[in-house]
Design a binder for this molecule. Structure first.
Ligand code: MOS
Length: 763
């Protein structure tokens, strides 16, 4: 396959740049957390509770302790110096607030009750199997109806106008409840920790979306100063929100390593991934819409329940997008948190927005049908020109254009509204649309840049690349500002000892790193040019630094263009014309490097940014094919049109939306974690029974970026694009399914059993 040559220098911003870390990953050179090995390393295996609620009466470890190679059985009573994180609002916390083995209570099936450490993994596994727990068993509450016996409190937010009065007097009303199931994060790389102590210092190799906050949390949990803790996650096989906070296995590996004074490795296996390291919680959302007969929204109520564990307050903020997608004078969002005997939930790609927009956008489709209006017409009519929730203008919003472009691409003007009215190749066709939104911000970041004597440059930042292209983005900035070729740029990320960088969460890393990286490179270039002008023996000695610039990694006079590129210049060449490679400047000045640090000033402290509502927008258009004779449904095409500011790397950007659309197909048709009602075990906790889309399940996917720079967010105009891609897929598919079959599915995933109700029986 022919490869397009990459554009040069400043044009690299916005190009489709392959990942610079791609070869390391495809050749197996990239080392993930549990790939790390050390002399004297020993292996830990966790033992899980086999009940969903109750108490450990006795834990018999005597046989295990006598088994070959066993060094330690860590459990309640012998674990030393592990604590809860400090109470606070920011800087992160353990995803599960209870310290492991804190007491003998069992709160959910699979909770760790012991950890066996042995010389080999096999010995540890054998000993773990020999541990016997005797429980006082109680019945876990894993009921899927979240409203059942609910006696907690409901919190109101975003209230404006009088939605109840407006609903009571609305000529047209929609009142429906939508449910989304527990979805489990299934990144390729599972969780796991290698803990290495050196005196009072500990290094944890973990799979983390935020090594800086992870360091703070682990210092508190282990009771050691922050500067003694180092977290390394150089490569992360995706996280999707499940790796935003540390999980108990990190604490357990570190505690075991400290007690044994040996490096310890503790992996979370795929089965444990379903119980111990988070999930998107179940939601149950009642949506009420009021409208005039000509389709103007008069009221929106969004009242929802979200499930959480017995130990932690976690809210899936389903109503976050509700106040500003549509213009509507009367609105309220209320939240109720429901405790169940499950492990702690965690953010999962597009938390809140993804289930929330399934409900809201499905209800909008139902309203359009009731009004006999085109669903896009209804959306145009109610599009919000400003954020009516915050009462602020949007920094940049082109949602209407997303609809227009998507309609054109899918052929919406050919769509006939009657259920089952469209046919193609012996199949019934349905089309649906769903809007997407996600908030933007410029969060703090520090990055450093260095010219090195070997002709290479380095960028350093303690943020991490969770598979999104962050390594490449830093290299693009360095290349754009210096012309140093991409293969001469070394980017160091994923190590808490590097300059503080942001957590890879909320799709905010790109907008955060660009200003810091740019400032670092620009400052280092200024220093380089000054030195070139000041150093005796430099061909630019005595020149004004402002008359110099850098091109292709060489210092050149601004009024000259480099004549020769990529050829070493020696005495005799016209150095002022062809420039001096930066490493020659270092040599002349006897410097081992020139570096600078840049910082990103956060938008929440920027008075200008605070005058705007910052969000990305988008729309998915889905087409489904329904074969009634064999009750087969396929998603045939999805067009995703996104307004995410300026795209910095078209390849990595499109990759994010494609991956998210695939997860959206999974959410719509397949994914659901089932808990056994007697013991609370996730009974489909494996890849055979927990269905995710395979290539054969996928439609043709097509991504379009509108590419309008949002200069309020940063000087590049770039917002984030990770999470938003999953929002809006499920309502687009569910609405397309209704259009094809006449069956409105309000509880995901859409099952074949639902579609057997279809009255569309003939093609
Ligand atoms: Mo995202 S759910 O903040 O990784």
């Amino acid at each position: 396959m022919a490869t397009e040559p990459l554009p040069h220098a400043a044009n690299i911003i916005g190009a489709a740049v392959p990942r610079i870390d791609g070869p390391l990953k495809t050749t197996g050179t990239a080392r993930y957390a549990v790939d790390h090995d050390f002399p004297n390393l020993v292996h830990a295996v966790a033992v899980q509770s086999t009940i969903g609620k109750g108490r450990i009466r006795t834990l018999d470890v005597s046989a295990a302790e006598q088994m070959p190679g066993v060094l330690l059985v860590l459990r309640h009573g012998n674990i030393q110096n592990v604590f809860r994180t400090f109470p606070r609002q920011q800087d992160g916390a353990m995803a599960e607030s209870r310290a492991p083995f804190e007491d003998e209570n069992i709160y959910y099936w699979g909770q760790y009750i012991a950890v066996v450490v042995a010389e080999t993994l096999e010995q540890a596994k054998a000993a773990a199997a020999a541990i016997h727990a005797d429980y006082e068993v109680e019945s876990p509450d894993v009921r899927t109806d979240l409203s059942a016996d609910f006696d907690g409190k409901r919190e109101s937010s975003w209230k404006r106008g009088d939605p109840d009065q407006a609903l009571a007097s609305a000529p047209v009303v929609i009142d429906q409840t939508y449910s989304t199931p527990v979805e489990t994060h299934n990144p390729m790389e599972m969780h796991g920790t290698v803990a290495v102590w050196d005196g009072d210092n500990v290094t944890l190799y973990d799979s983390s979306q935020g090594v800086v906050s992870f360091r703070t949390v682990m210092s508190e949990v282990l009771g050691v100063p922050r500067e003694n803790v180092r977290i390394i996650s150089r490569f992360v096989g995706s996280g999707f929100g499940g790796k935003l906070s540390p999980w108990p296995q990190a604490t357990l590996a570190a505690a075991a390593a400290r007690q044994l004074n040996r490096p310890v490795k503790l992996s979370v296996d795929r089965r444990m991934m379903f119980s111990n390291v988070g999930h998107r919680p179940r939601t149950q959302q009642r949506i009420r819409l009021g409208a005039t007969p000509d389709g103007k929204l008069t009221a929106i109520r969004h009242d929802f329940y979200t499930e959480t564990s017995q130990l932690d307050d976690f809210v899936e903020h389903c109503g976050e997008q509700t106040p500003f997608i549509y213009s509507c004078p009367n609105l309220e969002v209320t939240t109720a948190m429901v405790h169940r005997n499950v492990g702690a939930p965690a953010p999962m790609r597009g938390p809140g927005a993804v289930p929330g927009l399934f409900a809201l956008e499905s209800a909008i489709d139902e309203l359009a049908i009731k009004l006999k209006m085109d669903p896009l017409e209804l959306r145009y009519k109610n599009d919000a020109e400003r954020d009516e929730g915050k009462n602020l203008p949007f920094s940049s919003r082109h949602l209407k254009e997303c609809y227009q472009v998507g309609a054109e691409k899918i052929g919406w003007n050919q769509r006939t509204p009657e259920v089952g009215s469209m046919r193609r190749n012996g199949k019934v066709i349905g089309m649906g649309v769903g809007a997407a939104s996600w908030s933007a911000a410029r969060i703090p970041c520090t990055a450093s840049f260095e010219f090195c004597p070997n002709g290479r440059v380095c960028v350093r930042c303690a943020t991490q690349d969770i598979g999104t292209g962050t390594y490449t983005l830093f290299a693009q900035v360095a290349h754009a500002k210096t012309g140093v070729p991409l293969d001469h740029i070394d980017v160091f990320l994923g190590d808490s000892s590097l300059p503080d960088g942001p957590t890879s969460g909320g799709s905010m890393v790109t907008s955060a790193i660009l200003p810091a990286a740019t400032a670092a490179v620009s400052q280092a270039v200024t220093r380089l040019l000054n030195i070139a002008a000041q150093t005796p023996g430099s061909p630019f000695h005595g020149a004004h630094p402002d008359s110099l610039t850098i091109a292709d990694g060489r210092v050149v006079a601004k009024d000259q263009q480099p004549q020769v590129v990529g050829v070493a210049l020696h005495s005799g060449a016209d150095l002022t014309a062809n420039g001096l490679p930066f490493e020659e400047v270092l040599k002349l000045a006897n410097l081992s490097g020139i570096s600078a640090t840049g910082r990103t000033f956060p938008s929440f402290e920027d008075p200008k940014a605070q005058k705007y509502s910052l969000h990305s927008f988008g729309a998915h258009f889905a087409e489904v094919e329904w074969e009634p004779d064999i009750a087969r449904l396929r998603v045939s095409r999805v067009f995703s049109i996104f307004d995410c500011g300026r795209i910095i790397n078209k390849k990595a950007g499109a990759n994010q939306i494609l991956g998210a659309a695939v997860m959206g197909v999974g959410m719509s048709l397949f994914e659901e974690t089932h808990y056994d009602k007697h013991f609370g075990q996730p009974i489909n906790g494996n890849f055979a029974d927990y269905l995710v889309p395979t290539c054969a399940d996928l439609p043709d996917l097509d991504v379009t970026f509108l590419d309008y720079p949002d200069l309020i967010v940063n000087e590049y105009g770039a917002r984030g694009i990770g999470e938003i891609g999953m929002a809006g897929v499920a309502p687009a598919i569910a609405s397309a399914v209704y259009h094809a079959t006449g069956v409105r599915v309000r509880e995901l995933p859409i099952r074949i059993e639902d579609l057997l109700q279809s009255k569309v029986l003939e093609v």
